[in-house]
Ligand binder design. Sequence first.
Ligand SMILES: *Cc1c(COP(=O)(O)O)cnc(C)c1O
Length: 357
Amino acid sequence: MSKKHNFGAGPCILPQEVFEQASKAVLDFNGLSILEVSHRSQDFIDVMEEARENIKKALNVPAGYTVLYLQGGASLGFLMVAMNMMRGTKKAAYLNTGAWSKAAIKEAKIAGVAVTEVASSADKNFNYIPKGFTVGADFDYFHSTSNNTIFGTQLHDIPKVGIPHVCDMSSDFLSRPVNVADFDIIYAGAQKNLGPAGAAVYIVKEEILGKSTYGTIPSYLDLKVHHDKESMFNTPPVFSIYVSMLNLRHLMKNGGVEGMQKRNQAKASLLYSEIDSNPLFEGTTAKEDRSIMNATFVLKDAALEKEFNDMWKAAGIDGLKGHRDVGGYRASMYNALEIGSVQVLVDVMKEFAKKKA
Ligand SMILES: *Cc1c(COP(=O)(O)O)cnc(C)c1O
């Protein structure tokens, strides 16, 4: 059976070469299975080192930053970043661009942070990115979500706020270059663009470690503990890190994040131009804020959905259904999705329009 075109929002498609290498390592990783190897073995320590180093290379991470692979996904990150970034005022500024921003705010409040929403696009069901807002200097940190996986919007310009910036980059991590020096913490669940579910990556300015006024942070939630233990405080998600390392090798061989950005832009413009020119469809977000990772769109006549669904499924497409908060369709076009798969979708949309003309 041939492989489906995976437009799923996460866990996501990875390069075929990576799937093949990973499956080999399940059977033989230096005489053991990668699933049974000790995380304290030199073989795995080398994997962890390469996985951390390749993030630094891929994103040009400056000196003074540490890279960690932790568990709990970005969802635990919402709590951890708040606990670790709390300073004198225990106040933080959050940009609310959708469901994941709201989840981050909820956890920060649980940590005891007084959250101010400095801007929000809730008034239009998060179909745009608020701009032109200001952030006062009296906040401990500013938090943003670089790509809104559910709503299909993306921060194309990273706001400069003059206070420590913490960013959830889960769904566009490694899809484009970023200036790491602009951030105090970048965090991302692996399963959107990096590897299988189970790991989350943190890029942390070392200067911030051990400065929290939270009180005693539980050991696992303290980023300093993980940095001091070189990301091996407890048993790490070995398989997820191994496959992430393979994917990083693949990324470096294929033009790095600049190469990915070019491919991703080409895929996104192919799909968005069909959405805009096809009489049956329309996009759901402000054009200037459209995500190159997750494109959201609807059929103007919802009564046609069943027929369209049958067509794309028959073409071997998977994972196109929109999130329940938006409805319609969401095409997630993570790094590993080939432009040929986007062309298959575009062809189905064209064919459907012809049929209905
Ligand atoms: C998927 C996602 C999350 C949640 O990630 P988990 O790793 O499942 O906790 C958080 N933020 C964004 C932007 C996401 O896309």
